[in-house]
Design a protein around this ligand. Structure first.
Ligand code: SAM
Ligand code: SF4
Length: 523
């Protein structure tokens, strides 16, 4: 009897990561049993919405799923389907609800499919309530603080639903390795019980769990989690919790391990990397960490994001200037050019502070590419405030900028500011801003025309949306035999070449400027 074979007699360890390795093993047994039953491998698909942090989390989730025995599927018609969600702006939420409808239809045709939701959106109570009420086919919900628990939650789902015929065969009847923190809906909804595990916050950082890189030659590296800045428009501190830094030795060891497996570029990730290390037992600055990472043999390119202007130190500029492998690119979100609005946003710098910083960075590193984030239509934004933003864009000569329409996020202070800007005014300002930003990025890109520069070849151009949701976007390239790569300054270059170049740094002549990207030729 399969139930007997998979009855775990030993209790689950209390400590992490041992506890998760225990559940990975349990799940391996279950997945193996189901493979025998189905006569094929079980598959998974992760759709990732949002920022680099979410993409990094998805790599960790994929690592655990593959360790368990799942194989990656190209689309959502998989045995296990996971949505890793974003909630920074309202439209991120709407997109997820839209896609969930499609998943529901898939599940109605294939009831044994497991659907899980995780990420920032799940940290919002009203979202979890909506899913419980209106999307009852979802099986597992977890948040941002416990992604390391995926194997345990999957096991819990199988254990709780063993009375459903398809699942019964795979799980023991009398297993006692239950985590009391996990709430399981008592009343079965239709045929299944939903597993919901949301933590309000955590100070835990679980190291050493498996992770699967999307590309074999580049890796995102979390150096810290959470955010303490509470910009008044932003929901991140509420859904990602307080700032926690990883120990430098864990970061360095992880990078060395990746390099030994072929990684040549890393992106150090944090909501505000400039405050890295401040609350460690042995405090260390971000600049010092960067200096240490720069020493790692075999590593060719180091990037980092995001850098909050209020904490950017002279020490960091000095390290960037003297480092061998740190890319000459800095993402320095300004958000607004109006000192009055910056104060209301709680950004803790003025327009003048920001522009002085730009001068200082450019004086030290003349060829640096500076990029930014800008919000249009923050409550109370006047025409004069907006003109100040345009002024900063012109002065800073950004290589590129992410421009956002202000989105009201429930629970943030700005959501209750009285003077919200009307839609028409926002739309008009957004268009004017985009025009200004495009002019700047074209100017920046044009200044490189004809140069031969090193490019890290990343992929064959596929004309796909990088968010992993499969929504195709138009390719920049006229034919399908182009490769896509990035310059040190993060600019995209397309050129003809063979697949064996992917993962290598090669010299490419920047032949034809297309605004924010190039067509080039290998030299
Ligand atoms: N930690 C980074 C920083 O401070 O620069 C940014 C992280 S956030 C995920 C990325 C960008 O989203 C922000 O820089 C901001 O421009 C934008 N953003 C955040 N909240 C927003 C909101 N409520 N409406 C519009 N844009 C928003
Ligand atoms: Fe949000 Fe501000 Fe934190 Fe960035 S620094 S994540 S914008 S609160």
């Amino acid at each position: 009897m399969i139930d007997e074979v998979y009855t775990p007699l030993d209790p689950a360890p209390e400590l992490e990561p041992e506890r998760q390795f225990f559940f990975i093993k349990k799940m391996q047994e279950i997945v193996f049993a189901k493979e025998q039953e189905y006569g094929r491998k079980l598959t998974y698909h992760i759709s990732t919405f949002g920022c680099q942090m979410n993409f990094k989390d998805s790599e960790k989730l994929a690592g655990v799923l593959e360790e368990i025995g799942f194989a990656e599927a190209d689309d959502e018609k998989a045995d296990f389907c996971l949505y890793n969600t974003c909630t920074v702006r309202e439209n991120a939420n709407s997109r997820v609800y839209g896609r969930l409808g499609y998943l529901g239809k898939l599940k109605s045709r294939k009831p044994e499919m497991i659907i899980a939701m995780c990420g920032c959106m799940m940290q919002e109570e009203h979202v979890v309530e909506t899913i419980k009420k209106s999307y009852r086919f979802v099986d597992i919900i977890f948040g941002t603080h416990n992604i390391y628990k995926l194997a345990e939650l999957l096991f819990e789902y199988y254990r709780q639903n063993r009375d459903i015929p398809d699942i019964r065969k795979a799980v023991s009847q009398n297993d006692n390795n239950i985590n009391d923190n996990i709430t399981v809906k008592k009343k079965p909804v239709k045929k299944h019980k939903m597993v919901v595990d949301i933590l309000k916050g955590t100070d835990k950082i679980v190291e050493e769990l498996p992770s699967k890189l999307k590309a074999s030659f580049k890796a995102g590296i979390n150096i810290m989690f959470g955010c303490n800045n509470f910009c008044t428009y932003c929901i991140v501190p509420y859904v990602r919790g307080r700032e926690r830094s990883r120990k430098p030795e864990d970061i360095i060891n992880e990078i060395k391990d990746f390099v030994s497996k072929g990684v040549i570029e890393v992106m150090l990730l944090g909501q505000n990397v400039n405050s890295y290390g401040k609350n460690l037992e042995n405090p260390i600055s971000f600049a010092e960490l960067l200096r240490q990472v720069d020493e790692i043999e075999g590593l060719k390119r180091i990037r980092f994001m995001t850098s909050h202007p209020k904490d950017l130190s002279d020490e960091l500029i000095e390290v960037m200037k003297n480092a061998k492998h740190v890319c000459h690119h800095i993402h320095l979100p300004v958000q607004s050019g109006s000192s009055r609005l910056l104060k209301k946003m709680n950004r803790v710098y003025s327009k003048e502070d920001y522009l002085k910083l730009i001068d200082k960075i450019r004086a030290a590193i003349p060829d640096i590419a500076i990029t930014t984030d800008i919000i249009v239509g923050f409550p109370g934004e006047t025409e004069e405030d907006f003109e100040e933003t345009l002024d900063v864009v012109r002065y800073s000569k950004y290589a590129s900028a992410f421009t956002f329409i202000y989105s009201k996020r429930t629970g943030t202070p700005a959501a209750s500011f009285p003077d919200q800007v009307d839609e028409k005014t926002i739309k008009d300002r957004f268009d004017r801003l985009l025009k200004e930003v495009n002019t700047c990025s074209e100017e920046y890109a044009m200044s490189l025309e004809g140069k031969v520069m090193p490019v890290l070849v990343e992929e064959r151009d596929r004309g796909e949306n990088p968010d992993g949701t499969g929504n195709a976007v138009k390719s920049n390239c006229p034919e399908d035999n182009y490769l896509t790569g990035r310059l040190d300054n993060n600019l995209l270059v397309h050129f003809k070449g063979s697949n064996d170049l992917i993962g290598q740094i090669i010299n490419v002549k920047l032949s034809e400027c297309k605004g924010f990207y190039y067509f080039g030729d290998i030299v």
